[in-house]
Design a protein. Structure first.
Length: 472
């Protein structure tokens, strides 16, 4: 009996204990404001002694582990439907908000599983290209700028050729004009002299002719008189008559002389007339007026050629300005750097010169002159290869360095014996290559710096300024 009573009591207790759901987090239940109606547990009935003892029900089994629910498998738990915030407001305020379970806590079976946010399926794209295949800045592959249009080069060369031709034509016209001036001047002087001589000869011829005519007229009046008549026509004065006779004889002789003189002076006058006419033709044929017109035309041609070259230079300047805005130094030259080639002051810039320092230099100055004492070091503006190191006409001692990508720099008027590099040498930016001198067509110690782009000289000042270098 005691064992049967104990079994019934245990069964009743178990039935009452299963009325509430179990939580894996083992949090003690908190009473809610809604009263839960529980089915009253019937009092245990003590069986009559006459009744046989009932066999204990196999379920639930009174095992010592019963109070601790077996975690697996858990009995199906009816979880409440999820409610919105208004429904949750009816929950007792004393109910603490659910705490985040520790990492090792058993998950709440009634917890509404969060719908796992689906990992966004990556848009099918091509797999990222490895860095090696990322397109490099192809715009500057070992070049510091786009290639200059060939039309710019052609226009500049053509303009320079036209100017050279026009200057040569002007020189020829000036020489011809000078010859015409000399020829015309000499012919005019001769003409003036002949005109004077001709005038005097003509006057002498006229006088001789007049005397001759007068003599002829006087001689005709005495032609019928004999010598005796002449003597006695004097009124019996023998001496006077003899004198008249003597004069008459002399007069006859003078008429022949006068005739010869008149003829001679007339011939001289005619000769001088011919010579004066020839001198006038020489003056006319000297072509002074034509030479003057030729010089004027040649000067106009030179001005037109200069204007054309200036236009080409302006076009080149615009291009250089555009090139300066480009990443010029993203290629070879950026790694080398730029530096001022000499310490000094700028005394003459790039372009046309109103006053040439020397007669045998060009009107167009193709470089930048930087005055510095003789012996001052000259540095390579940037790295490159020496392609010229020699004496070069009016440039004197000259060094030309090729920096690649069409860029080269030239250094002129180097001191005799002051060239420190040779053709083929590799030089670095800032390396001493020479010393300042005064060789060639130079009026003082200075460096003539020449910057060439594709072989065409350009203004070095803006080019160097774009690289942070101030000349002078």
């Amino acid at each position: 009996m005691p064992s049967a009573l104990t079994a019934l009591t245990l069964a009743a207790l178990l039935s009452t204990g299963l009325g509430a759901p179990a939580h894996a987090d083992e949090v003690e239940p908190t009473p809610t404001s809604s009263p839960m109606t529980s089915t009253p547990t019937p009092d245990p009935v003590t069986p009559s002694p006459s009744e046989p003892a009932p066999s204990p029900s196999p379920s639930p089994s009174p095992s010592p582990e019963t109070p601790t629910p077996t975690p697996t498998p858990e009995p199906p738990v009816e979880c409440p439907e999820p409610t919105d915030a208004a429904s949750d407001a009816t929950t007792d305020a004393a109910t603490p908000p659910p705490t985040v379970p520790a990492e090792d806590a058993t998950p709440d079976p009634c917890a509404v599983p969060e719908t796992p946010t689906p990992t966004p399926t990556p848009t099918p794209t091509a797999p990222p290209a490895p860095p090696a295949q990322v397109a490099p800045p192809a715009a500057v592959p070992q070049t510091i700028r786009p290639t200059r249009p060939s039309t710019v080069n052609a226009a500049a060369v053509a303009a320079r050729t036209r100017l050279t031709t026009a200057l040569a034509s002007l020189d020829t016209a000036k020489r011809e004009y000078e010859i015409a001036v000399v020829t015309s001047s000499r012919a005019q002087q001769l003409l003036d002299t002949l005109e004077g001589q001709r005038a005097r000869a003509r006057a002498d011829a006229d006088d001789a002719a007049a005397v001759y005519i007068t003599a002829l007229r006087g001689g005709s009046q005495l032609a019928g008189l004999s010598d005796i008549d002449v003597v006695f026509r004097t009124g019996g004065d023998l001496l006077g008559g003899l004198g008249s006779l003597d004069r008459l004889t002399g007069l006859a002789e003078d008429i022949d002389v006068l005739a010869e003189r008149a003829e001679r002076t007339a011939a001289r006058a005619d000769e001088l007339d011919d010579r004066a006419a020839a001198a006038q033709r020489t003056v006319d044929e000297a072509g002074l007026a034509a030479a003057t017109r030729a010089v004027d035309a040649a000067e106009k041609a030179v001005e037109a050629a200069r204007s054309s070259l200036a236009q080409a230079a302006s076009t080149a300047a615009v291009e250089v300005s555009a090139l300066i805005d480009l990443p010029l130094d993203s290629g070879q030259l950026s790694e080398l750097g730029w530096t001022a080639p000499v310490v000094g002051r700028v005394t003459d810039g790039f372009g046309w010169r109103l006053d040439k320092p020397l007669a045998n230099v060009n009107d167009f100055h193709a470089g930048t002159d930087i005055a510095a004492p003789c012996g001052t070091p000259i540095f390579a503006a940037t790295g490159g290869t020496v392609v010229e190191a020699r004496s070069f006409g009016t440039y004197g001692n000259w060094v030309l360095i090729d920096h690649g990508a069409g860029v080269s720099t030239g250094y002129a008027h180097i001191l005799d014996g002051g060239t420190l590099v040779s053709v083929g040498d590799r030089v670095a930016a800032g390396q001493t290559i020479a010393v300042v001198g005064n060789t060639g067509a130079s009026t003082g110690c200075h460096l003539h710096l020449e910057l060439r782009l594709d072989g065409i000289a350009i203004d070095a000042l803006p080019f160097f300024a774009a690289r942070g270098v101030t000349l002078g």
